[in-house]
Design a protein around this ligand. Sequence first.
Ligand SMILES: *[C@@H]1O[C@H](CO)[C@@H](O)[C@H](O)[C@H]1NC(C)=O
Ligand SMILES: *[C@@H]1O[C@H](CO)[C@@H](O)[C@H](O)[C@H]1NC(C)=O
Ligand SMILES: *[C@@H]1O[C@H](CO)[C@@H](O)[C@H](O)[C@H]1NC(C)=O
Length: 426
Amino acid sequence: MQYLKFIALFSAAGFTTINCSEPTTDGLITALKENIFGKTEIRPVINLKTPTNISVSFTLYGILDVHRDQWTWEHRNQLTWDHQAQDWDPVKCGTDRISIPRKQLWRPDIIINEFIDENKVPDTYYLYVEYTGKVMDDLPFHVISSCNLDIYTFPFDIQNCTFTFNSYQHTGDVQLFFVEPVEETLQNSLSVMKTKGEWELVDMLAEKPPILPGNLNITFDTLIYYVVLSRRPTMYVVNLLIPSCFLIAVDLFSFLLPPQNVDRSAFKMTLILGYTVFLLLMNDLLPVTGNSLPLINVFFSLCLALMVASLLETILITNIQCGFTRYGPLPPWAKVLFLNYLAKLVCLSKKPSDQNCDPEGESYHAKSNKSIDKHFKTDESTEEWMHLGQVIDRLVFCLYTMFLSVSFITIFVYWLYWYNKTASLI
Ligand SMILES: *[C@@H]1O[C@H](CO)[C@@H](O)[C@H](O)[C@H]1NC(C)=O
Ligand SMILES: *[C@@H]1O[C@H](CO)[C@@H](O)[C@H](O)[C@H]1NC(C)=O
Ligand SMILES: *[C@@H]1O[C@H](CO)[C@@H](O)[C@H](O)[C@H]1NC(C)=O
């Protein structure tokens, strides 16, 4: 009597196993069609108070594209849950699992919050059902999702992208679990990653944050995967940083040209023009800035600023060296300050003898056979201005070299620090 009651209770609860008429696929499908198929509206539990446990497995296949903070990913999510009231005897029904059209069963509405576009993979039609009632739904994704791009240390940057899984509508009814430890997820993803492009998968973290009930007591079970990626910097170093360093080196060495004999200012102007064109061409390689200015832009600006500064300095020196014809003899205080003290400081105290490149100076040599006194005086003044120009040129060259070294070393040490940090993560 009690036994019968027990059976009745179970039947009422729907705990019947499916009975197949014959141990073939046909038999099973017929039985499934009668009992299970088409009941997509309700969660497959006997008692609606029982939550459905969903196991989530995630495998990253590739990073296809990054545009601003929109990333195109290729990945695969496997959801596994229990379909109560759908189990059969594998002997009587001839098989222990079967694939059936996805549309015939209830499916959880698990979403990934970061998605900002539709899944571009063609629909896959089937899912697997096991004789125990376990349902396995494997979904491929090719989708754009958002991930904050922090490009301050570009091209030595590390990005940390988030995938948040939760049910869109079910609060409390659906509970999420990780299928495997995240180390396994990382290993699986590394072994199937197809794109060996710019990004390298460095690490994965996973967490199930504690449920915080909101004011409406709505609780969403949430799973979070953090995907840590590092950029492969070689292309940017070769295409952006090394050419910039070459051009700055040329600019530095162009201080060795005498300011007037060979037209140093024209040379530097050409260099600036060349660098501007280089920057324009390489602009496509740079990431579009988000919230912070990348250090590499500071580096480029610094290079350009140094080139412009050295061009201005050349113009100034050229002007000074022709100073006598415009400003007359050098004032005595300038003589003391520049030609005595500063000249000693920059090791240029010897007066130049035949550094005359002033065309008007040449004409003095030719014409001045009548008033030799005047000629000597003028000649001396001209040489003083020339010497002043050389002293200032040398001084600025020293400052320029110092500033260049300090700023470049600072930036490169910072990059190196980030590069090592990335390398230590791998
Ligand atoms: C779901 O998971 C919870 C926690 O692990 C467990 O207590 C419960 O029995 C599971 N429910 C089912 C239907 O498996
Ligand atoms: C990624 O972000 C998560 C959450 O903010 C953090 O716990 C983790 O340490 C980060 N990983 C890296 C490598 O920055
Ligand atoms: C939330 O749930 C708790 C316990 O279940 C209850 O004590 C509380 O009053 C609820 N709050 C609201 C706003 O419904």
